[in-house]
Design a protein around this ligand. Structure first.
Ligand code: GLN
Length: 186
């Protein structure tokens, strides 16, 4: 778990429910230990600034480039996007997924909503959107896993997975188990 900021504890519970061992990553030595990384929801600009302050931005980019599996939800999705629309001044990401995400695309906090989505053929999962981004466009190597209306809200590119929504808040660990399987396969 990238534990700089965001809803880390909820993800840890979901990962443990899938039988995975979850540990907090705040330093490079901790990053070196993990087989895969979950990037939580929270605030992507704060997360970016903390990653710089903790000297983790470049080590994270390097691990992603080397093929470490990673899953980002909401702010974590923004962190995994190659390009961001509506970002803060100078906002940087880790990148890795060839997509453009639009930050706060679904509106403000009061516009947060929930819906059921078919996730990667695993049946309906409850999807909670909180000031969520959507995916504006994807490159040819990116697989779209789900949409709400016409909007892309979950994608995968090789070992990288991202959702606009927060499966860690629902007590349903199927998205996390999909990711844990990805880590085990690689
Ligand atoms: N709006 C937040 C951001 O831009 C993401 C919201 C979330 O993670 N729930 O980082």
């Amino acid at each position: 778990m990238l534990a700089l900021q965001g809803d880390v504890r909820e993800h840890v519970h979901a990962l443990e429910a899938c039988g995975a061992r979850a540990s907090a990553v705040r330093r490079q030595e901790e990053l070196d230990e993990v087989d895969g990384l979950v990037i939580p929801g929270g605030e992507s600009t704060t997360m970016w600034k903390l990653a710089v302050a903790f000297e983790l931005l470049e080590p994270l980019r390097l691990r992603i480039k080397e093929g470490m599996p990673a899953y980002g939800s909401c702010a974590g999705m923004i962190m995994l996007a190659d390009r961001v629309e509506g970002g803060a001044e100078g906002q940087q990401t880790l990148g890795g997924i060839d997509m453009v995400v639009r930050r706060n695309a679904f509106g403000r906090q009061v516009d947060s909503f929930e819906t059921d989505l078919d996730f990667a053929g695993r049946g309906a999962v409850r999807a909670v959107f909180i000031r969520a981004p959507w995916v504006e466009s994807v490159g040819t190597d990116v697989k779209v896993l789900c949409r709400t209306g016409s909007r892309i809200v979950a994608v995968r590119q090789g070992p990288l997975l991202a959702t606009s929504f927060h499966p860690e808040l629902t007590g349903d660990a199927r998205v996390h188990s999909y990711f844990v399987e990805m880590v085990r396969e690689l």
